[in-house]
Design a protein around this ligand. Structure first.
Ligand code: C2E
Ligand code: CA
Ligand code: CA
Length: 611
């Protein structure tokens, strides 16, 4: 047969192999076996080896060798560049090594001399396999006798090498696609599925192919409560630990009906719950989830306890498309938050309306904080005898375009939920400093002004820096400010909080505990923190002196304060009877409508001038 005919024959056999219906679906190893066997049988050589190049490019390891008549040998075996320099150099240069006599060809002499894998060979026909520009391996034909290789042999082995190179490229592509697939469907922080996967999954549940009726399921939107405060107060690393621990718990928890858990936001998770045939089982599931999340989390030495709010919507009752279902479970979750957190709420239409209104309002509040849309009123505080004005409390107000003046009781919870409260407090602080400065320009010294600080603001590790910056900017001395902190804001023990409080005191700022008696602070703790005043909440003074319990509580607060060397301010004094009782019990300062209502800065200045 002439050369060209032979070549066509080889080529035809190769094409037939590649086109065979089983070939494409095989794994890489089977493909390599088929190719090397084809090569060995067609060209009638003794051995056909497939070798792969090490990462450094300085070694070749055997993947397999087809020994004609004997089968496959894949025992481990390698060749190093150090021992076979000329051979490697030829492969690097993309040469086809066709050695009629391996013993005399300078490129293959070292192979012929022995070493494992290719000992005792006569002729060699090796073709490099390239992965892009890098030497990826070699296909190595050997015969025991000398042999002069024909052009057909050479071009065929080249075609095999190219085919292997394509197989490698395909495999690399599949691997990278798998990796990409993982990245696009998972949250890389927790390893849970991400929002995209959640949507895909819901889509599959809803669009069940065929005519089958899709089954109902529940979508649970799970949000960790107050993660912001944890991040601010205990550090971002603690917040991160909390998120990954909760992710692990949700993933690991055994819950019949749990179908999928995804992380859908910084502190938000979603769960698909199947076959909630009766509401009862759904209730049980919710309890299990809340309990699972509620177990204390140890972060280093610190014990952190978190809770979550859960919103639940049902397919198909609460929506029959992905976006509606997600939106509804999310708004049910917000509803759970506004009902006091640490609970689950089912979606209903009323929530939808209030969620929308709320969403709108949150945006407007953010706008008001950013663009001076709020104002501050001053309520004077007077001495025990009710005569002397000794200070004032700054109280924030929001004049809403369509809703009119809103009381803090209405919009502060909103600010809290939307994570705006610390910014709001900061705004009030700045406004007060500005009013102090402006009054001084008018040659009027304001008495110390007390500003309310939320838990979020007091937990901000940068608080003292921010306050310091304001004092500098408005040329205000610390003694002109007081800060009121509610009892619950200081219940957690953290070094950062203590440090913040101490730094504020060092600036000359006085600290008082607001709404005292409504929280849970221990005496010991109170003693160890640098507070100098207690404020008795209006809920206790309201019924004085007629309500026996309130009298007892107020008396015990006054006694406690005396014991700790703290001064006491009573809020909400509206009448003569309350005043007389408080005076008799030695309350240091009084605040309430009996003396003054909250007033604008202009009215307050006016009052100071005439007083
Ligand atoms: P609070 O700190 O206990 O402030 C006293 C509240 O009692 C004020 O209500 C004040 O107007 C009201 N009040 C004072 N005297 C009387 C009285 O004799 N009778 C009656 N019925 N009420 C009296 P306001 O201004 O509505 O503030 C409510 C709460 O909102 C405050 O309670 C405080 O906890 C919070 N708040 C106000 N301004 C701010 C602020 O700038 N930042 C923060 N974080 N909270 C603030
Ligand atoms: Ca207050
Ligand atoms: Ca109060």
């Amino acid at each position: 047969m002439d050369q060209i005919q032979t070549f066509f024959g080889y080529h035809h056999a190769l094409v037939q192999l590649l086109r065979h219906r089983d070939f494409g679906g095989q794994d890489k190893r089977s493909k390599l076996e088929a190719l090397s066997a084809l090569c060995g049988d067609l060209l009638e050589v003794d051995n056909v080896g497939v070798w792969t190049s090490g990462i450094s490019g300085n070694s070749l390891s055997r993947v397999l060798t087809y020994r004609r008549g004997l089968g496959f040998d894949s025992s481990a075996c390698s060749l190093s560049r150090e021992q076979h320099g000329p051979y490697f150099a030829a492969l690097d240069a993309a040469e086809i090594i066709s050695a009629e006599d391996a013993a005399t060809d300078p490129r293959t002499r070292s192979l012929h001399q022995g070493g494992p894998g290719r000992e005792g060979i006569g002729a060699v026909l090796d073709a490099p396999i390239f992965d892009g520009r890098r030497l990826g391996g070699v296909i190595a034909l050997e015969t025991g006798q000398r042999r002069s290789w024909t052009l057909a042999d050479i071009s065929f082995v080249t075609a095999i090498a190219d085919t292997i190179s394509l197989i490698n490229a395909h495999e690399a592509w599949l691997n990278s696609r798998k990796e990409l697939d993982y990245i696009t469907h998972h949250d890389d922080f927790t390893g849970l599925l991400n929002q995209r996967s959640l949507r895909n999954h819901i889509k599959r549940l809803i669009e069940l192919d065929g005519n089958a009726q899709p089954e109902p399921f529940a979508l649970l939107w799970i949000d960790i409560d107050r993660l912001n405060a944890i991040n601010n107060g205990m550090g971002l690393h603690v917040g991160n630990e909390v998120v990954s621990e909760i992710a692990a718990r949700l993933r690991g928890m055994l819950l019949p009906g749990k179908e999928l858990v995804a992380r859908v936001g910084g502190d938000e998770f979603a769960m698909i719950y199947r076959f909630p045939k009766e509401v009862g089982t759904m209730h049980g599931a919710v309890d299990t989830i809340l309990e699972t999340i509620g177990h204390p989390i140890m972060v280093g030495e610190q014990k952190v306890q978190v809770s979550a709010s859960i919103g639940i919507s049902f397919f198909p009752y609460d929506g029959n498309d992905i976006s509606t279902l997600i939106r509804h479970s999310e708004s049910a979750m917000y509803h759970a938050k506004s009902c006091g957190r640490r609970q689950a709420q089912y979606f209903n239409q009323d929530i939808s309306a209030s969620a929308k209104a709320r969403f709108l309002l949150e945006g407007q509040l953010a706008e008001a904080i950013a663009h001076d849309g709020l104002s501050v009123l001053y309520q004077p505080i007077v001495s025990n005898d009710g005569q002397r004005l000794v200070g004032a409390e700054a109280l924030v107000r929001w004049r809403h375009d369509s809703l009119g003046f809103m009381s803090p009781a209405e919009f502060l919870p909103l600010a809290y939920e939307a994570g705006l409260i610390a910014a709001l407090d900061q705004w009030v602080l700045e406004r007060v400093c500005r009013d102090i400065q402006e009054s001084r320009r008018q040659e009027l010294m304001l008495p110390p002004v007390a500003v309310n600080l939320s838990a979020d603001a007091i937990m901000d590790p940068l608080l003292s820096d921010k306050v310091w910056a304001l004092l500098e900017r408005y040329q205000v001395v610390g003694e002109q400010l007081e800060l009121e902190v509610i009892e619950d804001a200081i219940k957690g023990d953290s070094r950062a909080l203590r440090q913040t409080l101490e730094e504020l005191v060092r600036m000359g700022i006085k600290l008082s505990i607001d709404d005292f008696g409504t929280g849970y602070s221990s005496l010991l703790r109170l003693k160890s923190l640098p507070f100098t005043k207690l404020k008795i909440d209006r809920s206790f003074t309201k019924e004085l002196p007629h309500d026996v319990d309130d009298c007892a509580i107020t008396l015990s607060i006054l006694g406690l304060a005396k014991g700790l060397g703290l001064e006491v301010v009573a809020e909400g004094v509206e009448n003569q009877e309350q005043e007389a009782w408080l005076q008799r019990q030695g309350c240091n300062y009084l605040q309430g409508f009996k003396y003054h209502r909250p007033m604008s800065i202009e009215q307050f200045r006016e009052l100071l001038v005439t007083a």
